[in-house]
Design a protein around this ligand. Structure first.
Ligand SMILES: Cc1ncc(COP(=O)(O)O)c(C=O)c1O
Length: 462
């Protein structure tokens, strides 16, 4: 924040050294791994100051190769909603294991998991399975283009839909006024053609609607996260989402709700149920795989059926939308996903408890920040939360322009030293049914200690 003047590099370097000194085995492994894997792990961008190598997990906790135990608030970036090594998932996998882990030919679990989704998620008439959320968002865009005959796709500033050519634009970059955002790739290697086909919209800002109208002749779809996850756990405004649905309906633009994070996290009916808004297509991943790799696209039957191969003399559609993948719908993932959803949905209290824990976390963090006089805000919905060192509670990435980003990085390092595992710098927190109120209170206490240290260091200015 503008009011905080400190030598960020000095503190970041000191924190890195402190973490490395505390975790000698992870540090040695990091150096070895860097010889063959850039950054020591494929997802090094999410693990500042260095990757922590986990040996095992049980329930709400993980233990690293230095023997340090953490309250896990990352939960595999969201999927582990029952916590680690849950008996229901272990036994489902143990049952499938001796029968073979992968056939390529169809297995019974695919229909069962698809039915769990169609029975719970509004608007899900058909489901196709893939191996990741990124594959799901790519497939959804392809279906939308095929269905509408239009080429452009629209996404929101701050939206994370996986590292893919079309949607990895303006995740953090802000360029142009809200009414006319310029599409800017946020990574190297994106072809101009992809950028030219992307329209970027301001999140939670009705200027998005006029832009959709302007572009509608060429616009196949708009994709939105009902809670921007990677963007900092920022929920959509209900009125904004309703307005978006209306504009899309009026213009024949398909609405894709990206529920890769929120699917079966916010509730059985997911974010769509929470907001009462149905997407034409919905992308899913994470929780529905029970901790194994998965992605899925669900939605209107007429749209998803476009992926059915054209055979013989059917000339009504010249080509199908190809959705493939060696491991798609494999029996291990299906078994884990079914076990996870059945356990979650089989207990009427699951979401009541999860969402209450999320509320407790947000309220507790807000209270601590208020007590210390820190300019910070806890955002989120249900059992996911974000924390922002901003002047006002952010509604979109533009509200995060004044954020104290160095403090966010330092917070993750200090929390690690306090025994709390969260990815960095996104600081996106998740809770599981294995977390107890005492775990939430311990995480709040760890934040308090970290905040006090940062105030003492002058990193946060009350
Ligand atoms: C909303 C959203 N969509 C898509 C993805 C991509 O999913 P995956 O990482 O499984 O490819 C993510 C990943 O975090 C996500 O948060």
């Amino acid at each position: 924040m503008a009011d905080s003047q400190f030598d960020a590099d000095k503190f970041l370097n000191a924190a890195r050294l402190e973490v490395q000194a505390a975790l000698p085995n992870s540090t040695a492994q990091y150096h070895r791994a860097c010889e063959v894997v850039p950054g020591g792990t494929t997802r090094s961008r999410f693990w500042w100051p260095m990757p922590i190598y986990i040996d095992r997990g049980k329930g709400a906790y993980v233990t690293d190769i230095d023997g340090r135990r953490y309250v896990d608030c990352n939960l595999g970036f969201g999927p582990m909603i029952l916590g680690h090594a849950h008996p229901a998932i272990e036994s489902a996998l143990a049952e499938q294991l001796p029968k073979g882990v992968h056939y390529g030919a169809a297995c019974l679990g695919e229909e069962t998991l698809a039915r769990r989704i169609t029975q719970n998620l509004p608007g899900a008439e058909r489901v196709i399975f893939l191996n990741s959320g990124t594959e799901a968002t790519l497939a959804a865009l392809r279906i939308a283009r095929a269905a509408t005959g239009r080429e452009k796709v629209a996404k929101f500033e701050g939206g994370w839909h996986g590292a893919q050519e079309f949607l990895f634009h303006n995740y953090t970059t802000i360029d142009g006024e809200p009414a006319h955002v310029n599409a800017v790739p946020d990574m190297a290697g994106i072809p101009h053609g992809a950028t030219d086909s992307v329209v970027v919209l301001p999140y939670n800002d009705s200027a998005a609607f006029s832009r959709i109208r302007e572009e509608s002749n060429d616009l196949a779809c708009v994709i939105i996260e009902a809670v921007q996850g990677g963007g900092g756990s920022v929920p959509v405004d209900a009125d904004f989402l309703r307005g978006l649905r209306q504009v899309c309906d009026e213009l024949g633009v398909l609405l894709i709700i990206d529920e890769v994070i929120t699917g079966f996290r916010i509730g059985a009916a997911s974010a769509a149920g929470h907001y009462g808004i149905t997407g034409d297509l919905t992308t899913l991943g994470k929780i529905i795989g029970g901790g194994l790799p998965i992605g899925a696209v669900s939605g209107r039957a007429d749209l998803i059926e476009l992926t059915r191969p054209v055979v013989g003399t059917d000339t009504s559609r010249p080509k199908a939308v190809v959705v493939a993948g060696t491991f798609a719908g494999n029996p291990m993932t299906m078994a884990a996903g079914i076990a996870q959803l059945d356990t979650l949905l089989g207990d009427a209290q699951s979401y009541v408890n999860l969402n209450a824990l999320g509320e407790r976390m947000r309220a507790g963090l807000a209270a601590v920040m208020a007590e210390l006089g820190i300019h910070g805000h806890a955002t989120g919905l249900g059992s996911m939360w974000g924390l922002h060192f901003t002047a006002k509670s952010p509604k979109n990435v533009r509200d995060m322009l004044d954020a104290n980003h160095a403090a966010s990085r330092l917070l993750s390092a200090y929390l690690l030293l306090e025994g709390v595992l969260m990815s960095s710098p996104a600081h996106l927190g998740f809770l599981s049914t294995a977390h107890k109120e005492s775990d939430v209170d311990a995480v709040i206490e760890a934040h308090k200690n970290a905040f006090e240290r940062m105030v003492h260091e002058g990193v946060l200015v009350p």
